[in-house]
Each structure stands twice: as structure tokens, then as C-alpha cells.
Design a binder for this molecule. Structure first.
Ligand SMILES: [Zn+2]
Ligand SMILES: [Zn+2]
Ligand SMILES: [Zn+2]
Length: 333
């Protein structure tokens, strides 16, 4: 199949072409000796900054000195942005710049270094989700911040040197372009049709069923029609909600944990435990309180093949797998 497909949410064209050989590019994780002491393991606390907060197995906040923590949040000691200072916007001729203000935090997901137990343990992810909400609610008070990105990099392809399971949070003084594009495109759709674009996509996927990977009572995951990368998978709440922070129903949080664990397990089963993936949350900007046109979601992006020169120079993606076939493969994994 050689087909051009347009992603309705980003307006991006993708080339689906499975006629070319697709070789898995799965770098081996670095050996323990090469990595050295793991800074997130118990006993190596001198290698990391003091914790911002700690949570117990139910995701409830506990004293930062408590040794029985299940989730520990620390500032990244090599942050992308730092929390100190004021945002000063400046011009340099026609160019704009501002001071690199923001926050970069790490959620250590467990005391155990080996992450395999996490894929059988829904409760741990539930605690992590609650801890993230707690941190977002705290950072939200900082009026300099506009957006919070939450992501998890797994595997050697992303250059993760610390294999101890962890999520990362980056708070930004602006809205990142990928999200800003989704917001403006879905806004146009809403103005024209008076319906949420994402709800329309979800309805279509639930009706077609060919790209569904997994479905629970409250969530659905599917491979997007015009997926950029092999096995790219999106996870959406079925009910319209613009913001991940309003997720406060215990059953729904457990349901979310089940889907996230389910999708990652399927990827491991289908493609191997050493694959690399990024999981990222697209939620609504911090300063908005209600939004009918945006629908929060999670994007899971495996990195299975090297980027080609064409991808980089054209800003366009060539996906060597057919979304319907990949979805079937994962559904049955
Ligand atoms: Zn460790
Ligand atoms: Zn919606
Ligand atoms: Zn998105």
C-alpha cells in the first residue's frame, strides 16, 4: 500500500508505505557497569536533589523524609528549564526571546529498580496519576506557567541513561506548538460543527473498529488513521473532558491505569521488552477553566525505526506500517 493520509487533528499529511523494508531499530539498553550507580535507587540519595514531595501506595502525600515512599518527586538536576527568576520577554531585532523559566521534575515510580512489576501493578500507576495531579495543582499557582507536559521515556533510543522507572514533568511559560496546533484546529471544527473534533474521531473509531487496540468502560485506545510512526497509539477518555486534572473519579483513574498498562504490555509482547517508546499527555493549558473543543489524551509513540533524511527535511513522515494491520497485531497481542 502506498497512500497519503491526512491526520484530522494536526492537518498533517503522512505517507503510509509498507512496500519498503522495515527494520526494527532497537538499541540495547546500556549495561549496569556503563551506567554506574543508579541515582534513583535507595541508598544513592546523595546523588540527587532533595525531594519536592513523596506519596504512599494510595497516592496520598507523605512526609518527604518517610522511608516508605512509593512515589518520590525530585527536581531534575539537569533541568531543561529552571524555576528561579522572572520571565522577561525581549526582542533581538525581529526575533523574540525570553528567560528559560519553568520547572522540570522527576517522578520516581517505585523503589525497585526493575520496572517489570509495574506492568502487573495497576495500583502503582494509580498512585502515580494522583501524585501528578497533586504536582500540577501546586504548579498551577505559579502564574508564570502556561502549560505542563508529562511524559515517560522508556528505552535506549531516547538516550535514557537512568533505567529506573520514572515519569518527567516539564512546566513551560508557553504552550508547545504541537498542542497549540491541536487546539486551534479543534477550535475551528467546533465553531463550524459545534462538536468536539476529538469526540467525532472517537465515535468514528468506535464505529469502524479496525484501528482499535483496546477498549475499557471509560477509555479507548487506537492507532490513528494517519499515524506518523509504526504502532503509534492514542488513548482517549470516551466521555468529553478537556482536562486531565478533572479526572477525580477513582474508577476512572483505575480504568486509565489499566489502559496505559495494557497498551505498553501489548507493545512489549508484540515487539519485545527492549523497544523504546515515549508516552505523553496532552492536556489543556493551565489558565483555562473550561473548554468544549479540546479533549485530553495520551499519545504513545514507539521509536522503532530510525528517522529517514526525508522525514527531517520535509517535516513529513513516512510510516512503513499500515495502521489497520498494526492495530490488529496489537489487539491480538
Ligand atoms: Zn535504580
Ligand atoms: Zn470531546
Ligand atoms: Zn495530542
Amino acid at each position: 500500500m502506498i497512500e497519503l493520509r491526512k491526520d484530522i487533528i494536526s492537518s498533517r499529511w503522512v505517507i503510509i508505505n509498507d512496500t519498503r523494508d522495515f527494520q526494527l531499530d532497537v538499541p540495547q539498553p546500556m549495561s549496569k557497569e556503563a551506567v554506574g550507580a543508579c541515582p534513583f535507587c535507595v541508598g544513592n540519595e546523595n546523588l540527587i536533589p532533595s525531594p519536592i514531595s513523596c506519596y504512599d501506595k494510595n497516592g496520598a502525600k507523605i512526609n518527604v523524609m518517610d522511608k516508605d515512599w512509593h512515589i518520590k518527586v525530585i527536581p531534575n538536576n539537569k533541568p531543561i528549564l529552571t524555576i528561579e527568576g522572572n520571565i522577561i520577554r525581549k526582542a533581538e531585532g525581529i526575533y523574540d526571546k525570553m528567560k528559560g523559566v519553568g520547572a522540570h521534575e522527576i517522578f520516581i515510580e517505585a523503589q525497585e529498580h526493575d520496572d517489570s512489576h509495574l506492568y502487573d501493578n495497576k495500583q502503582n500507576l494509580v498512585a502515580c496519576i494522583l501524585a501528578m495531579q497533586d504536582r500540577i495543582n501546586d504548579l498551577r499557582n505559579d502564574t508564570r506557567l502556561e502549560y505542563i507536559l508529562i511524559y515517560r521515556n522508556h528505552g535506549a533510543a531516547y538516550g535514557e541513561t537512568v533505567t529506573h522507572p520514572h515519569f518527567q514533568l516539564v512546566a513551560l511559560p508557553f504552550i508547545p506548538k504541537a498542542v497549540a496546533d491541536e487546539i486551534s484546529i479543534s477550535k475551528k471544527h467546533y465553531e463550524f460543527r459545534e462538536r468536539c473534533l476529538f469526540c467525532d474521531v472517537i465515535d468514528q473509531e468506535l464505529a469502524t473498529k479496525t484501528r482499535i487496540v483496546m477498549e475499557t468502560e471509560n477509555f479507548v485506545s487506537f492507532i490513528p488513521f494517519a499515524s506518523r510512526f509504526p504502532f503509534e497509539t492514542w488513548i482517549f477518555p470516551k466521555e468529553h473532558t478537556f482536562d486531565y486534572r478533572v479526572l477525580n473519579d477513582k474508577n476512572k483513574i483505575e480504568d486509565l491505569a489499566e489502559v496505559v498498562i495494557g497498551v505498553t504490555r501489548k507493545l512489549f509482547k508484540a515487539l519485545g521488552r527492549n523497544i523504546s517508546y515515549t508516552l505523553l499527555l496532552h492536556s489543556y493549558p493551565l489558565k483555562e477553566n473550561k473548554m468544549d473543543h479540546f479533549h485530553w489524551h495520551i499519545e504513545v509513540i514507539p521509536r522503532l525505526a530510525k528517522y529517514s533524511g526525508f522525514d527531517l527535511v520535509s517535516g513529513m513522515y513516512v510510516n512503513p506500517t499500515v495502521p489497520e494491520e498494526s492495530a490488529k497485531f496489537l489487539r491480538e497481542a
